[in-house]
Design a binder for this molecule. Sequence first.
Ligand code: AMP
Ligand code: ZN
Length: 468
Amino acid sequence: MKLYNSRFNKEQEFSPLQGSRVGMYSCGPTVYNHAHIGNLSSYIYADTLRRTLKAQGYDVHHIMNFTDVDDKTIRDSHIKYPDDEPAVALKKLTSHYEKVFLDEMAQVGNNVDDITFVRATDNIADIQKLIKKLLAEGVAYLADDGVYFSINEYRKTRKYGQLSHVEFDSSRSAERIDNDEYDKDNAHDFALWKRQKPGEPAWDFVIDDKTNMPGRPGWHIECSVMSVKNLGQPFDIHTGGVDLKFPHHENEIAQSTAGDQPELFANFFVHNEHLLVNGEKMSKSAHNFYVLSDLTDKHYSPLDFRMLVLQSHYRKATNFSWENLTAAKNRLSHWRAVAEWRYQTPDCPDDDQLEKVHKAIERAQGSLENDLDTAGALRCYDEAFDLFTPEKVSHDALAALIQSIDQVLGLKLEETTPDISAEEYDLIDRRQAARQSKDWATSDRLRDELKTKGIEIQDGAVTIWSKL
Ligand code: AMP
Ligand code: ZN
């Protein structure tokens, strides 16, 4: 498939480094609160990329991390659990938000069973091992407040800034950054390990015979360690939002390629553009974000949101608006309504319909293999739905369409369009009988009764129900 590789700023033909196995790593959430829907959009694209690769027959190993120790998780765990030991408070907070995240991922149709989740705090020993290696190679150094990565040392043998082409001012690079809010404009030495501050959770770090520096890992090092530990190095695809290019991904590359490590870290970097609100990046710090419950409170489903995300291209910033969400909801409702015809219209086997549907499915897959053109794939599926009328439904064709959409786009058409109950069918039959005997009052009453059950009736050449 063609995939835009941020390492070279161009589309390239993707093929796995080894046989048919694809190793994929996605920077995961910091689990201190709900993810906002911008974050979820990033994971919807990663999920769709994995589905597309799987549909091509690749054996995809997808790893995602939980950042479960950083400034924000520590800060909020103190606030929420002031009476607990710092480590206990941290675990309580992060394990709660891990569950929240997994639940919200599943709600937006991301297949969490296909992802291996890993935690920073479960990988402290390996993180320390890499830091020691970097110290031994001379690209890391000890400071009072932690262990830092030296960009100037790294640059003696490797190029820093492969992804972002960040302007490098060597006189400033040794200025150290020790908090988790990173300078977006300048390359700086960054913390690999942070010495414990009073009241913070900490892990012992025996650096040599004389030095134990209790503390916690920096953010960048956890991704270097957990990706390579689970996927080997180099691995195939690294995903994340464009905001992570610099410094996070640059620093991951530096940590993993310093000294005698392989020169290549990840073969493809795939970065999604941002979800915007009124033209600005949706972010917690700008206080312009929505979480999933803001949408469901207004009676939009998480899958309506998935449709909104799929309607745009991952490399184009998308504006989130209620109008866009309504348009996505309408499209999904239309698809569901046609999917429900499989219960209501007799099978009408039709080779021509079947073949056209299969062609549309192939074209949709082709769009996805063209740098994940999800909007193009949706248009192919629209055309396939247009092949059906209530009078003419090849059940095989409709089943193939539903199955393909669920497999590659994760829109859960099968699951969200169950048949109605025997009692509900009975109400429909009684209404039909009333209409035939021109008993309009009864017919209207039964239509209203069905409406209260969330079922709408459309009279035409055939009468069709759909779930509201
Ligand atoms: P964070 O928890 O902030 O590290 O973000 C998790 C993922 O969401 C990262 O890949 C970010 O790059 C991505 N992200 C953050 N904000 C947005 C946004 N507004 N739109 C799309 N992706 C985002
Ligand atoms: Zn990361």
